[in-house]
Design a binder for this molecule. Structure first.
Ligand code: NAD
Ligand code: UDP
Ligand code: UDP
Length: 312
């Protein structure tokens, strides 16, 4: 049986990853400091024979014995990562050093949950992994973008210096059940607003684009990367290349919820990327992976989750 550590395991993606690993028979150690994660996300795993939870901050050393590490610990939404930006950089950078040190000692394989934010406000569209990005090093998003870029550097330097089996995935906007209802991300905001008949807040003119991946597809891609043959290190884009403007997204959510909400335009946040869409050619070739769940179908499941939250 494989002993797998998931840092950030009580978060949105981490909790789905724990579910998927347990379902295939792994022994899962979930580490989280509950900064943005929630107990409810892993409550259903309490008492599971192969699941263990440890409350711990990855900016401090961690000594455990494991075979694989998925490093997801990091606040992910702009509202959350800008709340304490110094802690965000510490989590990305010191957290990566500690988890890489742990992987080095235990000879574990380690995967980094990086992000499409490493491309910044991209001048190349769609974004292939070979694109180096256009990132502001001193803006309000920099704690996250540069923290994640530095973490990638550390993964590749540990590999070059210590010949370690590392893997890097660049995750594009992902949505689904267990997203934090108040994390300010566009999908959760629009759904919460629509369900409570409040105005839908579109930042800027709403013509900026994102490409949204349903959580189950994302988790399948992440596990496929961990399981891929040793020489394939990445970075590899994991996301859904179907691109939508925020206006289109708002329209879909209003239609599905049958909300009477009006659209309200608000100022665009600083350094908000204008467009984002993954080039997933590499994932298709190396991982034989591609997303299968269309936005309409994924939104239906996500809306159902938020409806249940409201009535719970
Ligand atoms: P999330 O906020 O739900 O999960 C992050 C988890 O990390 C939370 O449970 C939080 O409590 C925990 N955490 C934060 N700082 C920690 C620390 N110092 N020590 C231990 N735990 C800590 O966010 P998510 O959407 O599940 O994102 C998970 C990972 O995927 C993050 O690394 C994020 O950068 C990356 N990612 C997510 C997306 C997305 O669209 N969801 C996109 C790109 C990258
Ligand atoms: N570390 C850890 N768990 C381990 C091994 C190391 O948390 O099982 C931390 C350790 O605190 C160190 C970091 O990982 O600060 C980097 O470890 P590495 O061995 O690369 O560096 P060194 O210990 O030589 O500074
Ligand atoms: N956005 C919006 N209204 C909201 C929340 C977000 O128009 O209530 C926009 C935001 O400005 C950005 C896009 O939606 O252009 C995606 O934002 P999110 O925070 O979900 O992700 P990220 O910007 O990190 O991709």
């Amino acid at each position: 049986m494989k002993r797998v550590l998931v840092t950030g395991g009580a978060g949105f993606l981490g909790s789905h990853l724990c579910d998927a690993l347990l379902a295939r028979g792994d022994d899962v150690l979930c580490v989280d400091n509950f900064f943005t994660g929630q107990r409810e996300n892993i409550a259903h795993l309490n008492g599971h024979k192969r699941f263990e939870f440890m409350r711990h901050d990855v900016t401090f050393p961690l000594y455990v014995e494991v075979d694989e590490i998925y490093n997801l610990a990091c606040p992910a939404s702009p509202v959350h990562y800008q709340f304490d930006p110094v802690q965000t950089t510490k989590t990305s950078v010191i957290g990566a050093i500690n988890m890489l040190g742990l992987a080095k000692r235990t000879k574990a394989k380690i995967l980094q949950a990086s992000t499409s934010e490493v491309y910044g406000d991209p001048e190349t569209h769609p974004q292939p992994e070979s694109y180096w990005g256009k990132v502001n090093p001193i803006g309000p998003r920099s704690c996250y973008d540069e923290g994640k870029r530095c973490a990638e550097t550390l993964f590749f330097d540990y590999r070059r210096q210590h010949h370690m089996p590392v893997k890097v995935v660049r995750i594009f906007n992902t949505y689904g059940p267990r997203m934090h209802p108040n994390d300010g991300r566009v999908v959760s905001n629009f759904i919460m607003q629509a369900l409570s008949e409040k105005d839908i807040t579109i930042y800027g003119d709403g013509r900026q684009t994102r490409s949204f991946c349903y959580v189950d597809d994302l988790i399948a891609g992440m596990i496929a990367m961990m399981d891929s043959p040793e020489p394939f290190v990445g970075p590899v884009n994991i996301g859904n290349p179907c691109e939508f403007s925020m206006l289109e997204l708002a329209q879909k959510i209003v239609t599905q919820t049958k909300a009477k909400s009006q659209i309200k335009f608000e100022p665009l946040p600083t350094d908000d990327p204008r467009q984002r869409k993954p080039d997933i050619t590499l994932a298709q070739k190396e991982l034989h992976w591609q997303p299968t769940i269309a936005l309409d179908e994924g939104l239906t499941k996500t809306i159902a989750y938020f409806k249940d939250l409201q009535t719970a």
